[in-house]
Design a protein around this ligand. Sequence first.
Ligand SMILES: *Cc1c(COP(=O)(O)O)cnc(C)c1O
Length: 431
Amino acid sequence: MSDDTPSYGFDTLQIHAGSRPDPATGARQTPIYQSTAFVFRDAEHAAALFNLQEVGFIYSRLTNPTVAVLQKRIAALEGGVGAVCCSSGHAAQIMSLFPLMQPGRNLVVSTRLYGGTVTQFSQTIKRFGWTAKFVDFDDTDAVKAAIDEDTRAIFCESIANPGGYITDLPVIGRIADDAGLPLIVDNTSATPYLCRPFEHGATLVVHSTTKYLTGTGTVTGGAVVDSGKFDWAASGKFPSLSEPEPAYHGLRFAETFGPLAFTFHGVAVGLRDLGMTMNPQGAHYTLLGIETLSLRMRRHVDNAVKIANWLERDDRVEYVTYAGLESSPYFGRIETVCPRGAGALFTFALKGGYDACVKLVDSLELFSHVANLGDARSLIIHSASTTHRQLTAEQQRAAGAAQEVVRVSIGIEDADDLIADLDQALSKASS
Ligand SMILES: *Cc1c(COP(=O)(O)O)cnc(C)c1O
């Protein structure tokens, strides 16, 4: 399939976008190009590659043919112009910010984020001289008020981890647009099958490909996808992209690469100097996973709806926070933000509190107790006794990880088997 055929449907793109039979061997599946370096045709070819006058393969910290197929595929599924794959979702977040930020600059970010992202943004990025202002994204006045002269991006998740919350992307997209700032959306929990952030005004999408895109719990990875729609040169706020880049012998990325400026910068400066590179073996697993993304996501959502409804009616359960339940305050956002469903990640609270949660987790047979999500198999975690153990009870509650709450990532097994497993474990937990 050639690169300029984006009119195919999602199910076709997830199998074909970015790939073609291997020109050397005819191999139909994308080969794992397990090679660090690639031979230059001659000195002139080498010079053209290093000057970015010709696109090709030099060294696998920058580009690799297997990873390149995955980059094109993810870009096609999101409706973006380009993507850069990275070693993890957290690497992708840093890679998305790197061209935009400088010491003294800040981000305006949603309070409803993956726990690891809260730590990355509240603590670690301070070492770079960057700060994040955490705001309730349902309070649009507060989002607007948090933006100042030094703000360089707005960041949120589409369907937010730990589940049950959907960001009103069209509203946040308009705020970003009015402020002349890029909106970065972490689309990990939704995937492009359920939500397409670029259609709601996002500039960049980041992914932890570790989760649903791979879908098998095998490899960590990440991606930064560019919509190609932000005018970096006109803004004046992003000198790395619009002014001569000293880290690349004075190249002006926006002028030279137009809508692909961010993607080229991500490879030529970001991967070159930060080195958060995805390896070809990892890209292979993720490519295999993506081939069935839409089929899996449909099943994930169907199962999540069934199980959340069953739990909500069970009198051992205090409450269920899943945006796919009609009782959810965010149910009304599904139609605009994620019309194919609210994902498969949610939390529920047990009347028996902390002790019942621990017993539930220990009594389940099909659900695995792990710190992961987006696997084909169903997963559960009691955050208060694991990932959020160091927090005070108050901080746990604010993070959606209260003592009496467990988080589930519903897999694609038979829903009836999952319900039976929950039923027997709930009985043990509440006895
Ligand atoms: C897992 C996750 C991340 C971090 O990704 P890693 O691949 O673990 O680095 C970021 N955001 C969300 C929503 C996640 O679920």
